[in-house]
Design a protein around this ligand. Structure first.
Ligand code: ADP
Length: 354
């Protein structure tokens, strides 16, 4: 009997609470088949004792139903997620050994300015750290493979070098960058399926020579829980930021994204409300997209609202030209909002990891 039948059957077993199956999550470490006596080896990273038990039971039932199978033995190796070791010394992924903190920037949906916030936050954090004499550096990992806009926003457009099987991040504005956008041609349509997203994110996490960094900021794909889960299983995340817009309608979506981090024990650092208002030349604020979405999201998620980022033409232009406003016009109110956000993020990480 062919192992493909067993593997196909395993593809119907979903990770508890997720729409994704255990094969595409990469949990299956081996299938042995001795004339119908099947042994499935699984490795899983979780703190939830119910998850391995549920998976074990469902794998047993599913494989037993495959024609030709006479006995099923399921071996599950359970490890604690890498978010559990003492914060600040977490990195167990070899290439992230010298990365002190790793944070994710997420949003429930696209177009809310997640990449814009990531790019500006990264340069703002770098600036604040340097002012404090900390030159360990900042990196950005762009996992938003549907629309990898970080290279454009940080002015990076060369193909990364490869050393052995490791990718070298590309550096600009003092920030180390790795993005799918650097690896595919502009004209290549990116049609990603779930399993490819996870493989890519895992590959990114494991195969980039990040070297020494104080903070690695990860731009996640919008929405879904699978990417977050996959990432949290691979990278030792110290926290997550949720980006939303002021429309209260956006809150539900943001909330769904945030719940995913709870499932994998990644603490929320807070909420950032982007496109909060437009300041007119007479100093008045116009709330083009309504008001209160950030506050509502933060309250709902029991976390802090860390920033209101205004709508500013210079933010958009800075993004399009690869010079984030924090560098292009550091004294503008928007830049000041990003700098304050950076200070709060650093403080939250340091407090959490004391
Ligand atoms: P996401 O990553 O959430 O899909 P982007 O960061 O790509 O969103 O932002 C979408 C567009 O909105 C970009 O053109 C960006 O320049 C613009 N944008 C984002 N935030 C602001 C802002 N606060 N003011 C002006 N333009 C913004």
């Amino acid at each position: 009997m062919d192992n493909t039948l067993i593997e196909n059957a395993l593809k119907t077993v979903k990770y508890p609470g997720f729409s994704r199956d255990i094969v595409s999550f990469g949990l299956i470490k081996g299938i042995e088949n001795d004339a119908g006596r099947v042994r499935v080896k699984i490795a899983i990273s979780t703190n939830d004792v119910q998850v391995p038990a549920l998976i074990k039971r469902e794998v047993e039932e599913t494989v037993r139903a495959v024609p030709g199978v006479t006995a099923v033995d399921v071996l599950i190796a359970v490890s604690r997620p890498q978010t559990q070791p003492p914060p600040g010394q977490q990195a167990q992924v070899e290439n992230m050994r010298d990365v002190r903190y790793c944070i994710a920037v997420a949003s429930g949906k696209g177009g809310v300015g997640k990449s814009t916030v990531t790019a500006n936050l990264a340069v703002a954090i770098d600036r604040v750290l340097r002012q404090r004499g900390n030159t360990r550096g900042v990196g950005v990992m762009d996992c938003d493979i549907y629309g990898p806009s970080i290279p454009l926003m940080l002015g990076v457009n060369v193909q990364p070098e490869v050393t052995g099987d490791m990718l070298e991040p590309v550096e600009n504005l003092g920030i180390k960058v790795m993005s799918m956008g650097l690896l595919v041609d502009d004209n290549t349509p990116i049609v990603w399926r779930g399993p490819m997203i996870m493989k890519t994110i895992q590959q990114f996490a494991m195969n980039v020579n990040w070297g020494v960094l104080e903070i690695l900021v990860i731009d996640l794909p919008p929405g879904t829980g699978d990417a977050q889960l996959s990432l949290a299983q691979t990278v030792p995340l110290d926290g997550a930021l949720i980006i939303t817009t002021p429309q209260t309608a956006a809150v539900n979506v943001a909330r769904r994204g945030a719940r995913m981090f709870e499932k994998v024990n990644v603490p929320l650092l807070g909420v950032v409300e982007n496109m909060s208002y437009l300041q007119t030349p007479d100093g008045k604020k116009q709330y083009l997209f309504g008001k209160g979405g950030g506050e509502l999201t933060a309250r709902d998620l029991d976390t802090a609202l860390l920033a209101h980022i205004p709508i500013d033409q210079e933010i958009r232009e800075g993004g399009d030209h690869g010079i984030p406003i924090v560098i292009g016009n550091p004294k503008s109110p928007a830049s000041e909002a990003f700098i304050t956000l950076a200070e709060k993020v650093i403080a939250a990480l340091e407090a959490k990891c004391e």
